[in-house]
Write a protein that binds this ligand. Structure first.
Ligand code: SF4
Length: 253
């Protein structure tokens, strides 16, 4: 069993492990194994993984045939490696670490990811981009990074841009892209301000504008609003795309 220098067993709080097609962003359609971790340091207005924000609770594991099993948390990091290796298929693109916010469990992830990298599996991190300090010890294990840009109106008027900029300065040599969720109510001046600041240091990093998926009876943001946001973002960044959450449209996990 993996232990830290202090002899403490590294454990993860897992929400679910399952194979699926990537439903968002630049790698849309890539076949991946997802490891969704529990807990988050934010409470975004449009969060669509509320159950994963909760630290308490067990985990589910879905195999390639769709059979579901359940287990209890916490899960030792080395046991998690075994579970992932048992589900891994050579035709998979990468292991997607998602949440919640995976970097909240950075210490245990270090043990877990060293086992994953020994098996030669590429790692794709989905993160809210607000915990650059936690990223430090994990950089060598990460290949792809999907980083959210959180606008103030989505997170109770907090300015998270300094954290985002610090985070991006650390991952320049990775395959990184940005994702910004847009609701009909998202103010265009927030989009402009964020893209202007990003464009000063990182104009080459692709940005995906992601229309918020409708919750119960709601609607997607209008075409007009998306186009306006796209035009504003394109003034500052070289590659801007509008891509909805395909897994929601298709009913995938
Ligand atoms: S960072 Fe992600 S998981 Fe956390 S509250 Fe926001 S949308 Fe939900």
């Amino acid at each position: 069993m993996a232990k830290s220098g202090s002899g403490h067993v590294r454990q993860l709080r897992v929400h679910s492990i399952f194979p699926s097609f990537q439903g968002e962003g630049l790698y849309l359609g890539a076949y991946q194994l997802f490891l969704r971790l529990r807990g988050c340091n934010l409470d975004c207005r449009y969060c669509d993984t509320r159950e994963a924000r909760m630290e308490m609770g067990g985990f589910s594991l879905v195999d390639g045939s769709g059979e579901v099993r359940y287990g209890e948390n916490p899960l030792p990091a080395e046991r998690t490696v075994d579970l992932v290796l048992g589900l891994w298929e050579p035709c998979m693109h990468s292991l997607a670490l998602t949440g919640g916010e995976p970097l909240l469990q950075a210490d245990s992830l270090k043990t877990f990811l060293s086992g994953i990298k020994k098996a030669g599996i590429p790692v794709y991190l989905e993160t809210n981009g607000t915990l650059p300090g936690a990223l430090l010890g994990l950089l060598d294990f990460l290949d792809y990074i999907s980083m959210d840009i959180k606008l103030p109106s989505a997170v109770g008027d907090k300015n998270l841009m300094p954290f985002h900029l610090h985070f991006l300065s650390m991952v320049r040599d990775k395959k990184v892209f940005l994702k910004m969720v847009l609701e009909e109510s998202t103010p265009l001046n927030e989009v402009e301000e964020a893209c202007k600041r990003l464009g000063m240091d990182f104009p080459e990093i692709p940005l995906v504008l992601q229309p918020a998926s409708p919750s119960k009876g709601g609607k997607f943001p209008s075409f007009h609003h998306l186009l306006s946001a796209f035009r504003v973002a394109s003034r500052h960044l070289r590659q801007v795309l509008v891509i909805p959450q395909v897994h929601r449209l298709m009913g995938w996990r």
